[in-house]
Ligand binder design. Structure first.
Ligand SMILES: C[S@@+](CC[C@H](N)C(=O)[O-])C[C@H]1O[C@@H](n2cnc3c(N)ncnc32)[C@H](O)[C@@H]1O
Length: 250
Protein backbone atom coordinates (compact mmCIF):
# COMPACT_ATOMS: atom_id res chain seq x y z
CA UNK A 1 0.00 0.00 0.00
CA UNK A 2 2.82 2.33 1.03
CA UNK A 3 4.67 1.49 -2.18
CA UNK A 4 1.57 2.08 -4.28
CA UNK A 5 1.02 5.48 -2.66
CA UNK A 6 4.64 6.46 -3.21
CA UNK A 7 4.40 5.27 -6.80
CA UNK A 8 1.34 7.43 -7.37
CA UNK A 9 3.10 10.45 -5.86
CA UNK A 10 6.13 9.85 -8.06
CA UNK A 11 3.84 9.65 -11.09
CA UNK A 12 2.12 12.94 -10.23
CA UNK A 13 5.49 14.58 -9.62
CA UNK A 14 6.79 13.25 -12.93
CA UNK A 15 3.74 14.46 -14.80
CA UNK A 16 4.13 17.94 -13.32
CA UNK A 17 7.79 17.98 -14.25
CA UNK A 18 7.03 16.86 -17.79
CA UNK A 19 4.36 19.54 -18.15
CA UNK A 20 6.65 22.22 -16.81
CA UNK A 21 9.37 21.37 -19.33
CA UNK A 22 6.95 22.50 -22.02
CA UNK A 23 7.12 26.07 -20.77
CA UNK A 24 8.80 28.57 -23.05
CA UNK A 25 12.49 29.28 -23.29
CA UNK A 26 12.97 31.86 -26.01
CA UNK A 27 16.42 32.89 -27.09
CA UNK A 28 17.67 36.45 -26.76
CA UNK A 29 16.16 38.91 -29.14
CA UNK A 30 13.53 36.54 -30.45
CA UNK A 31 9.89 36.54 -29.52
CA UNK A 32 8.68 33.46 -27.73
CA UNK A 33 6.29 31.13 -29.43
CA UNK A 34 3.11 29.86 -27.95
CA UNK A 35 3.69 27.12 -25.42
CA UNK A 36 1.83 25.02 -22.95
CA UNK A 37 2.10 26.25 -19.42
CA UNK A 38 1.36 23.98 -16.48
CA UNK A 39 -0.38 26.71 -14.59
CA UNK A 40 -3.88 27.90 -15.27
CA UNK A 41 -5.13 30.00 -12.44
CA UNK A 42 -4.75 28.08 -9.22
CA UNK A 43 -2.19 25.56 -10.39
CA UNK A 44 -1.85 23.36 -7.32
CA UNK A 45 -5.07 22.19 -5.66
CA UNK A 46 -5.53 23.51 -2.14
CA UNK A 47 -5.20 20.03 -0.65
CA UNK A 48 -2.42 18.96 -2.99
CA UNK A 49 -0.27 16.00 -1.99
CA UNK A 50 2.43 17.00 -4.48
CA UNK A 51 5.76 16.83 -2.64
CA UNK A 52 7.02 20.32 -1.92
CA UNK A 53 3.70 21.99 -2.68
CA UNK A 54 2.71 24.72 -0.30
CA UNK A 55 -0.38 23.96 1.75
CA UNK A 56 -2.86 26.47 0.37
CA UNK A 57 -5.85 25.13 2.23
CA UNK A 58 -6.38 28.41 4.07
CA UNK A 59 -6.11 30.69 1.06
CA UNK A 60 -9.05 32.15 -0.78
CA UNK A 61 -9.19 33.95 -4.09
CA UNK A 62 -8.46 37.69 -3.83
CA UNK A 63 -11.38 39.82 -2.66
CA UNK A 64 -11.93 43.19 -4.31
CA UNK A 65 -11.71 46.03 -1.81
CA UNK A 66 -13.19 48.57 -4.22
CA UNK A 67 -14.59 48.95 -7.73
CA UNK A 68 -11.17 49.56 -9.22
CA UNK A 69 -9.85 46.28 -7.85
CA UNK A 70 -13.02 44.49 -8.93
CA UNK A 71 -12.51 45.65 -12.52
CA UNK A 72 -8.91 44.45 -12.64
CA UNK A 73 -9.73 41.14 -10.95
CA UNK A 74 -12.56 40.52 -13.44
CA UNK A 75 -10.09 40.83 -16.34
CA UNK A 76 -7.59 38.59 -14.53
CA UNK A 77 -10.29 35.96 -14.02
CA UNK A 78 -11.19 36.17 -17.68
CA UNK A 79 -7.55 35.85 -18.77
CA UNK A 80 -7.05 32.88 -16.46
CA UNK A 81 -9.99 31.13 -18.11
CA UNK A 82 -8.69 31.71 -21.63
CA UNK A 83 -4.91 31.37 -21.37
CA UNK A 84 -3.44 30.23 -24.63
CA UNK A 85 0.16 30.75 -25.66
CA UNK A 86 0.63 33.74 -23.44
CA UNK A 87 3.02 32.10 -20.95
CA UNK A 88 1.64 33.95 -17.95
CA UNK A 89 2.72 33.69 -14.35
CA UNK A 90 0.65 31.35 -12.18
CA UNK A 91 -1.96 33.08 -10.07
CA UNK A 92 -0.01 32.65 -6.85
CA UNK A 93 3.02 34.38 -8.39
CA UNK A 94 0.79 37.20 -9.61
CA UNK A 95 -0.65 37.64 -6.15
CA UNK A 96 2.86 37.69 -4.70
CA UNK A 97 3.89 40.40 -7.18
CA UNK A 98 1.02 42.54 -5.95
CA UNK A 99 1.88 41.96 -2.30
CA UNK A 100 5.55 42.77 -2.86
CA UNK A 101 4.90 45.90 -4.91
CA UNK A 102 2.31 47.29 -2.55
CA UNK A 103 4.22 46.48 0.62
CA UNK A 104 7.33 48.38 -0.51
CA UNK A 105 5.14 51.27 -1.72
CA UNK A 106 6.52 50.83 -5.22
CA UNK A 107 6.29 53.91 -7.41
CA UNK A 108 8.43 52.81 -10.32
CA UNK A 109 7.98 49.21 -11.42
CA UNK A 110 9.75 47.80 -14.48
CA UNK A 111 8.69 44.55 -16.12
CA UNK A 112 10.66 42.71 -18.79
CA UNK A 113 8.16 40.51 -20.66
CA UNK A 114 4.63 41.92 -20.87
CA UNK A 115 2.95 39.15 -22.86
CA UNK A 116 -0.80 39.86 -22.75
CA UNK A 117 -0.45 41.98 -19.61
CA UNK A 118 -1.55 39.44 -17.02
CA UNK A 119 1.35 39.91 -14.59
CA UNK A 120 1.19 43.64 -15.27
CA UNK A 121 -2.43 43.63 -14.12
CA UNK A 122 -1.41 41.99 -10.82
CA UNK A 123 1.17 44.73 -10.41
CA UNK A 124 -1.46 47.37 -11.23
CA UNK A 125 -3.54 46.17 -8.28
CA UNK A 126 -0.66 47.49 -6.17
CA UNK A 127 0.16 50.54 -8.26
CA UNK A 128 -3.42 51.81 -7.99
CA UNK A 129 -2.80 52.04 -4.24
CA UNK A 130 0.81 53.26 -4.19
CA UNK A 131 0.38 55.92 -6.86
CA UNK A 132 3.00 54.12 -8.87
CA UNK A 133 3.60 53.36 -12.52
CA UNK A 134 4.54 50.30 -14.57
CA UNK A 135 6.91 50.37 -17.53
CA UNK A 136 6.70 47.05 -19.33
CA UNK A 137 8.71 45.77 -22.30
CA UNK A 138 7.88 43.22 -24.97
CA UNK A 139 9.36 42.42 -28.35
CA UNK A 140 6.27 40.81 -29.84
CA UNK A 141 3.80 43.17 -31.58
CA UNK A 142 0.86 40.77 -31.25
CA UNK A 143 1.25 40.36 -27.50
CA UNK A 144 1.91 44.11 -27.18
CA UNK A 145 -1.54 44.78 -28.70
CA UNK A 146 -3.21 42.11 -26.57
CA UNK A 147 -1.76 43.71 -23.45
CA UNK A 148 -2.88 47.14 -24.58
CA UNK A 149 -6.45 45.92 -24.92
CA UNK A 150 -6.32 44.16 -21.54
CA UNK A 151 -4.91 47.19 -19.74
CA UNK A 152 -7.66 49.28 -21.34
CA UNK A 153 -10.53 47.04 -20.34
CA UNK A 154 -9.15 46.77 -16.80
CA UNK A 155 -9.09 50.58 -16.62
CA UNK A 156 -5.38 50.84 -15.89
CA UNK A 157 -4.09 52.49 -19.08
CA UNK A 158 -2.92 55.51 -17.13
CA UNK A 159 -0.80 53.34 -14.84
CA UNK A 160 1.14 51.64 -17.62
CA UNK A 161 3.72 52.57 -20.25
CA UNK A 162 4.24 49.79 -22.77
CA UNK A 163 7.49 49.65 -24.73
CA UNK A 164 7.64 47.56 -27.92
CA UNK A 165 11.11 46.36 -28.86
CA UNK A 166 14.09 44.32 -27.76
CA UNK A 167 14.36 44.97 -24.05
CA UNK A 168 18.10 44.29 -24.12
CA UNK A 169 18.39 47.55 -26.04
CA UNK A 170 15.38 49.46 -24.74
CA UNK A 171 16.25 49.20 -21.03
CA UNK A 172 19.44 51.17 -21.69
CA UNK A 173 17.19 54.23 -22.01
CA UNK A 174 15.98 53.89 -18.42
CA UNK A 175 17.32 56.49 -16.01
CA UNK A 176 15.05 56.68 -12.95
CA UNK A 177 15.48 54.62 -9.78
CA UNK A 178 13.50 51.38 -9.87
CA UNK A 179 11.54 50.14 -6.84
CA UNK A 180 10.69 46.73 -8.26
CA UNK A 181 12.15 45.01 -11.31
CA UNK A 182 10.28 41.95 -12.59
CA UNK A 183 12.20 39.80 -15.09
CA UNK A 184 10.08 37.38 -17.14
CA UNK A 185 11.28 37.39 -20.76
CA UNK A 186 13.89 35.38 -22.74
CA UNK A 187 15.45 33.09 -20.17
CA UNK A 188 19.00 33.34 -21.57
CA UNK A 189 18.78 37.11 -21.23
CA UNK A 190 18.14 37.37 -17.49
CA UNK A 191 21.76 38.01 -16.56
CA UNK A 192 22.02 40.79 -19.13
CA UNK A 193 18.85 42.44 -17.79
CA UNK A 194 20.17 42.16 -14.24
CA UNK A 195 23.56 43.63 -15.15
CA UNK A 196 21.94 46.52 -16.99
CA UNK A 197 19.26 47.36 -14.43
CA UNK A 198 20.63 46.42 -11.00
CA UNK A 199 22.45 49.77 -10.74
CA UNK A 200 19.06 51.50 -11.10
CA UNK A 201 17.26 49.41 -8.47
CA UNK A 202 17.12 51.56 -5.38
CA UNK A 203 18.47 50.35 -2.03
CA UNK A 204 15.53 48.57 -0.42
CA UNK A 205 14.14 47.73 -3.86
CA UNK A 206 13.34 44.28 -5.18
CA UNK A 207 14.32 42.16 -8.16
CA UNK A 208 11.71 39.48 -8.83
CA UNK A 209 12.72 36.77 -11.29
CA UNK A 210 10.28 34.33 -12.82
CA UNK A 211 10.95 30.69 -13.78
CA UNK A 212 13.56 29.98 -11.17
CA UNK A 213 12.40 26.34 -11.06
CA UNK A 214 11.07 25.66 -14.51
CA UNK A 215 12.31 25.90 -17.18
CA UNK A 216 15.72 25.56 -15.53
CA UNK A 217 17.24 29.01 -15.03
CA UNK A 218 20.64 30.13 -16.30
CA UNK A 219 23.09 29.04 -13.57
CA UNK A 220 25.09 32.22 -14.09
CA UNK A 221 22.00 34.28 -13.34
CA UNK A 222 21.29 32.30 -10.17
CA UNK A 223 24.94 32.75 -9.19
CA UNK A 224 24.66 36.50 -9.72
CA UNK A 225 21.62 36.62 -7.42
CA UNK A 226 23.08 34.41 -4.71
CA UNK A 227 26.74 35.42 -4.51
CA UNK A 228 26.34 39.19 -4.48
CA UNK A 229 26.61 40.41 -0.85
CA UNK A 230 24.48 43.42 -1.80
CA UNK A 231 21.51 41.10 -2.42
CA UNK A 232 19.40 38.89 -0.19
CA UNK A 233 17.75 36.32 -2.46
CA UNK A 234 15.02 33.81 -1.73
CA UNK A 235 13.27 31.37 -4.04
CA UNK A 236 9.58 30.71 -3.50
CA UNK A 237 6.74 28.80 -5.16
CA UNK A 238 9.36 26.37 -6.39
CA UNK A 239 6.83 23.53 -6.65
CA UNK A 240 5.61 25.33 -9.78
CA UNK A 241 7.63 27.65 -12.06
CA UNK A 242 9.45 29.32 -9.18
CA UNK A 243 9.93 32.95 -8.23
CA UNK A 244 13.17 34.58 -7.13
CA UNK A 245 12.80 37.48 -4.73
CA UNK A 246 15.96 39.50 -4.19
CA UNK A 247 16.25 42.47 -1.90
CA UNK A 248 18.85 45.08 -2.81
CA UNK A 249 20.11 45.81 0.67
CA UNK A 250 20.27 49.34 2.06
C1 LIG B 1 6.84 34.54 -20.20
S1 LIG B 1 6.23 35.78 -21.26
C2 LIG B 1 5.83 37.07 -20.12
C3 LIG B 1 4.61 36.73 -19.30
C4 LIG B 1 4.09 37.88 -18.50
N1 LIG B 1 5.10 38.41 -17.62
C5 LIG B 1 2.90 37.43 -17.70
O1 LIG B 1 3.09 36.68 -16.73
O2 LIG B 1 1.78 37.82 -18.03
C6 LIG B 1 7.71 36.37 -21.97
C7 LIG B 1 7.55 37.55 -22.89
O3 LIG B 1 8.85 38.07 -23.13
C8 LIG B 1 8.89 38.56 -24.44
N2 LIG B 1 10.28 38.65 -24.88
C9 LIG B 1 11.11 37.64 -25.25
N3 LIG B 1 12.29 38.13 -25.59
C10 LIG B 1 12.23 39.48 -25.43
C11 LIG B 1 13.15 40.57 -25.62
N4 LIG B 1 14.39 40.36 -26.06
N5 LIG B 1 12.72 41.82 -25.34
C12 LIG B 1 11.47 42.04 -24.91
N6 LIG B 1 10.56 41.07 -24.72
C13 LIG B 1 10.94 39.81 -24.97
C14 LIG B 1 8.03 37.57 -25.24
O4 LIG B 1 7.55 38.18 -26.43
C15 LIG B 1 6.94 37.19 -24.24
O5 LIG B 1 5.75 37.91 -24.45
Amino acid sequence: MYQRTMGALAFVGGALLAASVLVEAAGPGGPQEASTTPSKGRSIPANSSVPGATDRARERDPLAKDDREAKILAVLDDLDQHRRGTMNVPREDGRMLRVLAESIGAKNVVEIGTSNGLSGLWLCLALGKTGGHLTTFDIDPGRFELAKANFHRAGVDALVTQVLGDAHEEVLKMKDPIDLLFIDADKAGYLDYLNKLLPLVRPGGLIVSHNMASPPPDPEFVKALTTNPALESLFINMHDQGLGVSLKKR
